[in-house]
Design a protein around this ligand. Structure first.
Ligand SMILES: Cc1cc2nc3c(=O)[nH]c(=O)nc-3n(C[C@H](O)[C@H](O)[C@H](O)COP(=O)(O)OP(=O)(O)OC[C@H]3O[C@@H](n4cnc5c(N)ncnc54)[C@H](O)[C@@H]3O)c2cc1C
Length: 636
């Protein structure tokens, strides 16, 4: 096949750098300075397949498959006893440890266990060295940004960690790309639309809730539609949806319209209610991907309205929530938006600094961003310890329920620690395997929390001149392997400065949401998860090179020259599952929520994690940690 079929990366780092295009000095500098050490003890700098990396999930899968215990033997007793053991070092587990420490005192003995080689859970940090410069990016959680305002609890934790939200909002150099004449685009791929074409687009077409000033001349929508490789009827319908003043349900009042839209997919709304050519469907299919992990076949028309998708302008819907609206789509005030260069990994680092200060240098939110964490010190003896690469396989009461035994596998060895209390801040779906003595009803409720698979791919580019040449800073790619591509947001953090000039290196963020349109939502997530576990890094590598070349080739992009390294943050167990009016009858008809039954404490064990709220945001992880610690404290 083409040049793109070659394996040009070793563990995510480019092997060839287009030598003809580089001076010998540049080439030498690359080989000496830029290659992250594949055996690094510094996980953020590891490239290749990350996120749920190899070695992190095998034990848990054998537990699920029933093949673990028959060959496991007895756990080796470490003799370690703690006041609290936390399972899961995501933001929920770290926050739980911190709340416990505050309540029980600085000498409280706490152990946090996590199956990954890095902490933060989905709040994962990626680092690259390019041209003698360190680039910091995010491998999962992007920002403090929730569809509803943060609770008093979650806001107080941010303040306590030294995050002044209003100040950080100003660290983002909004408008930087626009100032260079760059804006959003749609990339039409030839497999879906017959031809590869990158077309600059008005913001409201591809950005959630965005609106155009409406005064520009010529009309950006008309220009976009004229360039888009769509049939005349699809062009007409897309234009009509965006400009429409039609009321497609004229006989219903506001409540009646919302009730109808809640039970209808957006795909059906477009074709059956708004009378569009079915050719519009591929164009809109991936629009809800980044929030729902699903396409328009599985997201309600009411949620589509809430997300700002087109077609509802003439329906005179009151800006109030309708029945069964998705949490992402509900109208109302949002949380503030704060993006650190490593996303919410900064929050995780600040929590770890509180718990294990000797491992995280510095004193402020500014200096934690460029800080190098000393991973070797996370598990040193001390009041709080963080033990990575440790998969918990059992948490059960012992000694007439006066303590909890927690068994975990680390480096192939089954080991046991004991604690007066335990918080399971891991994914709800794992808990039935850790605690088989739970009631069947609670196990079923926990298992309902199917995770949403998602991939966040970080691509380190040596320069972004091709984006600049095409005047594009981000693109929605409805038919491509990665459905979104964007230059990293320019944000300052202490002495860390973003890439500002097209000749400088930068991280490009690409997102893929594997799903199987046509199936019910949770089955789509399961199918996507299987796909992720069976897709190798070489497929991601090829797809990234292929997609960027086809998108940006006209701007001078050359994969072999421009890509320095890539990190595929694979999250088969990604977002917490959020209820959806099309698929979860209790969410629209009323009835008990599975997450409430699932998170009930039992004995000395409590349950945290964003899954416990069925809400895929950082504030949920914090709020659930606070609740869980409130449940174990009386027994501590
Ligand atoms: C790609 C992506 C982007 C996101 N973007 C945003 C965003 O911009 N803003 C936002 O607010 N939220 C975002 N979220 C959601 C947010 O990251 C989560 O809600 C939050 O971080 C969840 O934290 P948590 O601690 O509850 O769970 P997790 O972060 O999942 O942490 C749980 C930890 O427990 C570990 N674990 C599981 N089982 C075991 C076991 N048996 N033994 C040991 N450890 C175990 C897991 O591996 C994991 O490390 C995003 C999520 C993803 C996946």
């Amino acid at each position: 096949m083409s040049q793109l079929a070659r394996r040009d990366f070793l563990n995510g780092v480019a092997l060839t750098v287009g030598a003809a295009l580089l001076s010998s000095r540049e080439a030498l500098a690359l080989s000496l300075d830029d290659l992250p050490d594949g055996s690094s003890s510094y996980p953020p700098a590891l490239t290749g397949m990350r996120g749920s990396h190899d070695g992190a999930f095998e034990v848990a899968h054998s537990l699920r498959d029933g093949s673990f215990w028959p060959t496991a033997g007895s756990p080796a007793d470490t003799g370690e006893r703690y006041d609290l053991v936390v399972v899961g070092a995501g933001i929920s587990g770290l926050a739980a440890a911190w709340y416990f420490r505050k309540a029980a005192g600085a000498s409280a003995r706490i152990l946090i266990l996590d199956n990954h080689d890095d902490f933060g859970g989905h709040a994962r940090r990626n680092e690259f060295r390019v041209g003698g410069r360190t680039l910091i990016g995010y491998g999962g959680t992007f920002a403090i940004d929730s569809p509803a305002p943060y609770s008093a609890t979650a806001s107080a934790l941010l303040a306590e960690l030294g995050i002044d939200v209003s100040r950080w909002e100003r660290m983002l150099e909004r408008g930087h790309y626009a100032g260079l004449g760059m804006r959003s685009a749609v990339f039409f791929d030839r497999e879906t639309f017959g031809v590869d074409r990158l077309v600059r687009a008005p913001a409201e077409l591809i950005e959630q809730g965005a609106t155009s000033p409406g005064t520009s001349h010529p009309d950006p929508l008309a220009v976009f539609l004229a360039d888009a490789p769509l049939s005349d009827s699809v062009r007409r319908d897309v234009g009509r949806l965006l400009k429409a003043s039609a009321d497609y349900l004229p006989d219903l009042d506001d409540a009646g319209k919302k009730a109808r839209l809640a039970r209808l997919s957006y795909a059906d709304f477009l074709v059956k209610i708004a009378g569009c050519d079915s050719g519009v469907l591929p164009f809109f299919q991936a629009r809800p991907h980044s929030l729902y992990g699903l396409g328009i076949d599985a997201v309600s028309a009411l949620d589509a309205w809430g997300l700002g998708l087109p077609g509802f302008a003439g329906m005179r819907l009151e800006p109030t929530a309708g029945p069964g609206m998705g949490l992402d789509a509900r109208p109302g005030r949002r949380s503030p938006f704060v993006h650190f260069p490593d996303g919410n990994a900064t929050i995780a680092r600040l929590l770890v600094r509180r718990l294990v200060p000797h491992a995280v240098p510095g004193r402020s939110a500014d200096d934690v961003v460029p800080a190098v964490v000393d991973y070797a010190r996370l598990d040193e003896p001390g009041p709080a310890r963080l033990r990575l690469r440790a998969t918990v396989v059992r948490a059960r009461h012992a000694n007439e329920t006066s303590e909890v035994e927690v068994d975990y596998v680390r480096a192939g060895r089954l080991q046991r620690v004991r604690a007066r209390s335990c918080v399971l801040a891991c994914w709800s779906g794992v808990i039935p395997y850790l605690c088989p003595e739970l009631s069947r009803a609670q196990r079923e409720a926990l298992a309902y929390a199917t995770k949403v698979p998602i991939v966040q791919t970080s691509v380190a580019l040596r320069r972004w001149a091709s984006f600049h040449a095409l005047r594009v800073s981000q693109a929605h790619c409805p038919g491509s392997f990665h459905t979104s591509v964007g230059l990293d947001l320019p944000v300052r953090a202490g002495r860390y400065q973003p890439s500002r000039r097209p000749e400088e290196p930068i991280i490009v963020q690409m997102t893929r949401t594997p799903c199987r349109p046509g199936l019910p939502a949770r089955e789509q997530h399961r199918a996507g998860r299987v796909e992720l576990f069976t897709t190798g890094f070489d497929t991601f590598e090829r797809s990234v090179r292929d997609q960027l070349t086809r998108m940006l080739g006209a701007g001078g992009f050359a994969a072999a020259r421009d890509i320095q390294a890539l990190t595929v943050n694979r999250w088969p167990h990604g977002y917490a599952y959020q209820y959806n009016s099309l698929w979860d009858p209790f969410w629209i008809d009323g009835g008990p929520l599975p997450c409430v039954a699932a998170r009930q404490p039992f004995g000395r064990i409590a349950i945290a994690n964003a899954d416990a709220a069925a809400y895929a945001y950082t504030d949920a992880a914090i709020d659930q940690a606070y609740r869980a610690i409130g449940e174990v404290l009386p027994r501590a």
